[in-house]
Design a protein around this ligand. Sequence first.
Ligand code: ACM
Ligand code: ZN
Length: 652
Amino acid sequence: MQLLSFLLSLILAAGPGMLIPKPVSYEPAAGHYIPREDGKDVRVRMGDKTLQKVVKDLPAFAAEEAYLLTVSLRGIDIRALTQEGADRARQTLAQLRLLSEDGTLPCGTIIDWPRFAHRGFMMDLSRHFRSKDFILKQLDAMSLLKMNVFHMHLTDGAGWRIQIDSYPRLTSLGAWRDGDTWSEWNRRGSHYLEEGTPGAYGGYLTKDELREIVAYAAERHIEVIPEIEMPGHSSEVLRAYPEVACLGADGKPVYSSDVCPGSEETFKLFQSVLDEVIEIFPSRLIHIGGDEAGKQSWHNCPRCRARMEAEGLKNVEELQSYLVRRMEKYLNGKGRNLLGWDEIMEGGLAPEATVLSWRGTQQGFEAIAMGHDVIMSPTSHLYLDYPQDAPLYEPEGFGSYQPLSRVYSFDPEAGMPAGGREHLLGLQGNLWAEMIPTDEHYEHMMYPRLAAIAEIGWTPQDQREWTDFHERALAFTELLQEQGYHPFDLAAEIGERPESQQPLSHLGRGARVTYITPYTQKYAAAGDATLTDGQRGRWGYADGGWQGFDSDLDLTVDLGKVQPLHYVGTTFMSSIGAWIALPEKLEIAVSEDGSSFQTVAVIRRPLKDETSTMYIPYGAVLNERARFVRLRAFRADAPQHEWLFLDEVEIN
Ligand code: ACM
Ligand code: ZN
């Protein structure tokens, strides 16, 4: 029996058992088949009765993509109900061939269909520009993974990336900047440069290039959804066309990152842009952004105030909603539907809009409850710009720790109210590029995490299992490497912060902490128990083990009785991209009575500069007797006041 299961595991290891996404069902058969190079041994039959019976209760999208693939000693048979289904089988076949070490395919039958209609990936082209060829290469990998939506974030403050003939300065100025990395551009004051200026960084995709991308994707059954950001994230638009900026008290344009919803010029510009976008992209959904508008300039702008008055809008949220609704009406008039980030719900959601829920899943569930379609892409699991391994060894990045296992653990339906499934279109990964100047680095962030997203989108939830996926992800990573991609080297993964994996015993464990300066509620971790619960923080500052302060820190720990103390220390985290820094110094004081304290150690910042995410112990050896220990940490005198994050106060 053991031998049999060993042999079976060999068969599975070589073939369909290693596929990503894992198919709905796989029945192995005896023997191996050597496929022909020219593919002429692949027989395709449409409208097959067996398959029809299997898919009769599935939703339409799943039936359309369903396929039955049989490899036997006589050749390869595909059965499907649509061309798309047949091509999904071919994508499975393509991956099987790449996974095969000896060129043979194990015999057997796969019956397969997707869990969700929307299995997407968003590429940020603004913060760092990426070429058409790079994009086509990623579409090939998406195709192997049976992903079917490519969302292009084409415009943002860091550069406008799509040719628009009616407003040429969007690219002749808006696509070029002073500073070839996003960070350098910011350091130099975020200036744009005229196209052709020596040293100008940037670029844009021409309409011909975009049409080629759309066609290439369509051949692989990938729909391309363009995003044109408004009203926020639009500083490049204001600089190119100041007439869409709000007016200040002096009557001059205000160069914030938001366009003016009071100005008719704003609607003229974006509607004209959308006209040209629609000509290039046939997608039903057109993304109009909608996230993170600061809305500050709207409060005092005479045009915005006039608009609010005329339309009876109570606040700036309703003013944003006015803009989104008008854009929706415009798109609907052209036979398209509006897609936006979840902030489009604030101030009233446009009637037909689809919501891309990024701040969490709750916003998405609320939209579903109102009868809207929703795509899930929460930062907590599906943001691929966050580091995927020990941050010190990874390229500098934004955000918390997002390993493959965490991405894979996401279930878009978890917490969904009953009856919501029909409106949950699916999910997508988002890869923002602020910190990603090179193509190699971009692929490093994308893979293999994109494979996890593909599998969540395709494979039934109850058939997904982490250790099994991890094995397959190792093989897929190797496959990508062989195909010239630069994935994160999963085989060399370090994993979670070792100190956090075991509880820490120390004299102060369980002791009561009194906060003289409070921690912030957002980063409360385990509240008052956090710093003496014996639990060290994990890599991510938002993982629930780290407590955050946006002030200097001052607290006391009560050990319950006077006793000998030999060591007091803690660990501070720094993460420059997240405005978390090491304190300039930590003062340790002790007391027998809790009122009269004596400073017994001052620990200065042990590093001059922090360059990435770090976890730095501040501690002192003591020879004291005390009941109370007081810690005071002082922040650097930085231009922005950075936060302090610590995980445990260790006392021995
Ligand atoms: C977003 O991450 N601002 C959508
Ligand atoms: Zn305005």
